[in-house]
Design a protein around this ligand. Structure first.
Ligand code: ATP
Ligand code: MG
Length: 407
């Protein structure tokens, strides 16, 4: 990408009401644009970053046999009325509107009901099971407080996976596969060593659900952990009977702030029962489908990564999810000519700063944007047929032979 051809532009300041460092940098660096509180546009750089996260999630879920689909954002009331989640008293974050032809509609805050209802068309027999279906969808939630930039918004991208199994045993086997896939996902996006699977309260039927919490000072949650015993608990389960069960006392646990980047739930029959999703089993008896749901806040993950790795100069993306790998700057006539040559054939991994601007300005942008490697070619480096190669994360700089840069 050439900066002269791109619509991105770095800004000197972000809206004053942005308190999170990640939000300030993401806006100033041109990854996102704020429409209003809790609502952000994803600009080309932001979208590429988001897509990289999606690709990792997609690869890991496909590898355990999941299939991608896409449900609608517009929701009719009926399936939600069956599970008693349509009323604003039960669910207080709905965005609803009215059809001009009459009748209510809602913007999906999640998709358990519509997918359970939909599966009635496709699941009748044990032969139709299991089904593991996921999507990347925009969710709408009228959150009371939209804060922390893209970490809590009113319109956000979620990956939601739903499993439909014949019985608890086959559900459990798949649940463990998802646990492992999630660990690989957080590892690959760069959050592996600061993300923990925690015990959380488990909704209505199952005792615990699991959350994936990334340790970060601006996190909204508090988690309690004991490293030696490998126990991590959410605040809401910090009850005497739970502590007993884990053979641990309150003062053996340390607390820290964390952000919920994903969760996995055994739903059992919570939705399949009221929505009447049944199948006929091998012995011809009619049974209710056993369900699970598994979420990842994709845009929140991007915000958490931005927050986690930033420094006083700007963003620092892990290589796997960075929108581009290299930030290329040519200084002087020969430097610019050589940069043009280097750019050719690598357009999809380089941001070529070909603007008519001072090197210092370009270097500052390279840092703000958080691109993993900066390449600078100038008369000075070319005298040795080399380029200056700087690692954004470590600040380490070295000279590399021009023809070995992309090897
Ligand atoms: P939270 O406790 O943070 O409100 P939740 O329990 O409502 O999360 P789910 O409904 O299970 O979360 O959504 C799945 C995932 O989507 C969460 O783990 C989180 O990463 C993300 N998420 C939830 N709400 C938001 C939001 N308002 N903005 C961005 N991401 C969100
Ligand atoms: Mg919530």
């Amino acid at each position: 990408m050439k900066r002269t051809h791109s619509c991105d532009k770095t800004l000197r300041s972000a809206p004053k009401d942005e308190t999170a460092r990640s939000a300030e940098y993401l806006i100033r660096a041109g990854y996102v644009h704020k429409e209003m509180a809790g609502v952000y546009d994803f600009l080309p750089l932001g979208l590429r970053t988001l897509e990289n996260i999606k690709t990792i999630i997609r690869e890991e879920l496909n590898a355990i046999g999941c299939e991608e689909l896409q449900l609608t954002a517009l929701q009719r009331p009926e399936p939600w009325q069956k599970s008693d989640r349509w009323s604003d008293q039960e669910v207080d974050i709905w965005f609803k509107t009215e059809l001009s032809s009459g009748g209510e509609l809602g913007l999906a805050p999640t998709h358990e009901e519509p997918i359970t209802d939909l599966m009635k068309t496709y699941i009748q027999s044990y032969k139709d099971l299991p089904v593991y279906a996921y999507q990347f969808q925009t969710k709408f939630r009228n959150e009371l407080r939209a804060k922390s930039g893209i970490m809590r918004t009113r319109e956000f991208l979620m990956k939601d996976l739903y499993s439909f199994s014949a019985d608890e045993k086959s559900h459990d086997d798949f649940y463990h596969k998802v646990e492992d896939a999630y660990k690989r996902i957080y590892e690959r996006v760069g959050l592996g060593d600061c993300t923990y699977q925690t015990f959380a309260s488990g909704g209505i039927f199952s005792k615990f659900s699991h959350e994936f919490q990334t340790i970060i000072p601006v996190g909204e949650d508090t988690i309690y952990y004991n490293k030696d015993k490998s126990i991590v608990l959410n605040e809401e389960v910090l009850l005497p009977e739970v502590l007993d069960e884990f053979h641990i006392t309150r003062d053996e646990l340390e607390s820290t702030r964390a952000a919920e980047v994903g969760n996995i739930f055994t739903l059992r029959y919570k939705y399949s029962e009221p929505l009447d999703l049944k199948f006929s089993d091998k012995d011809n008896t009619e049974k209710t489908v056993f369900m699970g749901c598994y979420g990842i806040g994709v845009s929140r993950v991007m915000g958490v990564i931005a927050e986690k790795f930033a420094d006083e100069k700007g963003l620092i993306w892990p290589e796997n999810i960075a929108p581009y790998k290299y930030y290329l700057v040519g200084i002087g006539e020969n430097g610019i000519k050589t940069a043009e040559k280097l750019y050719k054939g690598h357009e999809d991994e380089i941001i070529f700063d070909d603007r008519n601007a001072r090197p210092g300005e370009k270097f500052a942008d390279a840092e703000l944007l958080g691109i993993p490697y900066r390449i600078v070619v100038s008369d000075k480096t070319l005298a040795e047929n080399k380029a200056e190669f700087t690692n954004r994360a470590t600040g380490e700089t070295k000279l590399i032979d021009i023809d070995k840069i992309f090897k």
